[in-house]
Design a protein. Structure first.
Length: 423
């Protein structure tokens, strides 16, 4: 006899439904998850929360297939029967899955044909890849234009989320951090380029999040591309450095770490809510050289700054693996709006500092090479290649050989454009 769902699994179904509905209203995956578990008064490390997180993330990776399945079931993606069905499918609970399909009047072959992609063949490659990888059609077309068939490797990489930890060397050595992670049954490998960065090979991240390593600011979760942008800035002890889009503070705290808590670090952000997160990160990191400013970096705010970094708001097309809600939210993204904000931020930043690192979590040249070219031609700045490893920019731009692109399928991190602008 197939097992019935336990109480935690029933709670996870309700949480998953809540997460999906919030994302459909525009929330990011993290925000939707946090708000959903808060309504149930659950901690993120509880089993029901972790199960809902996994199921919701996997559903979003397959949402276009699930829409097709929903048509067969005459049910929406956020319906309880479809979520329960998918939970059994992800958990590989075959006996219960077949029983559930039978109760819904469905043949098992229908589910497996749809989920394996065998029922999705389309002569239009972009449309076929859009359904297979649950990505917006405009995005698959654009990536095929830019990368050719290599785009398929990129889409495959979106199905895997690399896990990175950054050691706060102001508080603990890398060697000691690795030993303490091993006690939590988390196996890591030190990055070859960035000494403070560790790639998680095996183990549960929730153990790290629940431990003193995180609570006391000894370790931060930070993607490799974000770390690379800070190393491109090359902040040094004694300098005056500005982080002009600072919240939630991962780059800020690494800048302070590389400055050895010496000199002056100015962290600016426009959002009062996000500044609270920034302040918490600074306190956990043990930094004492940071001045936090609430302000709009699109306006000329600062003077006598040696270096600045602008990690601008963007489409986040490079973060699809990390935030699966983007598979839905990118359907109606306003690229022009983001480019306007980025342009204003950069025009202002080059008036504040002679050296500006522009980093953007986007795979689109509109937010990268094209914008850098505009600044070179209209504002007299130069693009110098950042001193970090990566790929060259997309072909056909003045700055192509002078910027660095990081790709999920090549560099095991978020997709980033990193440029060094020099007045």
């Amino acid at each position: 006899m197939p097992k019935s769902l336990c109480s935690e699994e029933k709670v996870a179904i309700e949480l998953t439904r809540d997460i999906v509905l919030r994302i459909k209203e525009g929330a990011s995956f993290k925000r939707a998850f946090v708000e959903a578990i808060r309504t149930k008064r659950l901690a993120p490390t509880e089993r029901a929360s972790r199960l809902a997180y996994k199921v919701a993330a996997e559903m979003l990776k397959s949402y276009k297939k699930l829409e097709l399945l929903g048509e067969v079931m005459r049910s929406s993606m956020s319906s309880r029967p479809l979520i329960e069905l998918f939970m059994l499918y992800v958990g590989k609970r075959q006996e219960e899955l077949h029983a559930k399909l039978k109760s819904l009047g469905l043949q098992p072959e229908i589910l497996f044909l749809i989920m394996k992609g065998n029922a999705l063949r389309d002569t239009d490659l972009a449309r076929h890849l859009s359904i297979k990888y649950s990505l917006p059609l405009w995005f698959t077309r654009r990536m095929l234009e830019l990368l050719g068939n290599e785009a398929i490797k990129l889409f495959e990489a979106f199905l895997i989320t690399p896990r990175w930890l950054r050691v706060n060397t102001l508080k603990i050595s890398v060697e000691n951090a690795i030993r303490r992670l091993e006690r939590l049954e988390v196996v890591v490998v030190q990055d070859e380029e960035f000494y403070e960065l560790l790639r998680v090979e095996r183990g549960e991240l929730w153990r790290v999040l629940k431990s003193d390593l995180t609570r006391k600011g000894l370790i931060f979760l930070q993607d490799r591309a974000s770390v690379a942008a800070v190393h491109a800035l090359d902040p040094r002890p004694g300098e005056v450095v500005a982080d002009l889009c600072a919240a939630p503070g991962m780059k800020t705290t690494l800048i302070g770490q590389l400055m050895e808590n010496k000199g002056r670090l100015i962290a600016v952000d426009i959002s009062a809510r996000r500044l609270n997160s920034l302040l918490r990160s600074i306190r956990r990191a043990g930094l004492s050289n940071v001045t936090v400013v609430r302000g709009d970096s699109r306006k000329h705010l600062l003077k006598e700054v040696d270096k600045a970094i602008v990690d601008a708001p963007c489409t986040s097309t490079g973060a699809i693996a990390q935030d699966p809600s983007l598979r839905l939210r990118l359907e109606d993204v306003d690229i022009v709006r983001y480019v306007r904000i980025q342009e204003m931020l950069l025009r202002s930043s080059i008036m504040m500092s002679p050296i500006v690192i522009y980093s953007v979590c986007s795979l689109l040249p509109e937010e990268g090479e094209r914008l850098v070219d505009y600044l070179i031609s209209s504002h007299g700045v130069k693009a110098e290649k950042p001193a970090i490893k990566g790929s060259r920019g997309y072909r056909g731009y003045t700055c192509s050989d002078h910027v660095v692109r990081l790709f999920p399928h090549l560099h095991k991190c978020q997709g980033f454009l990193i440029a060094k602008l020099v007045a």
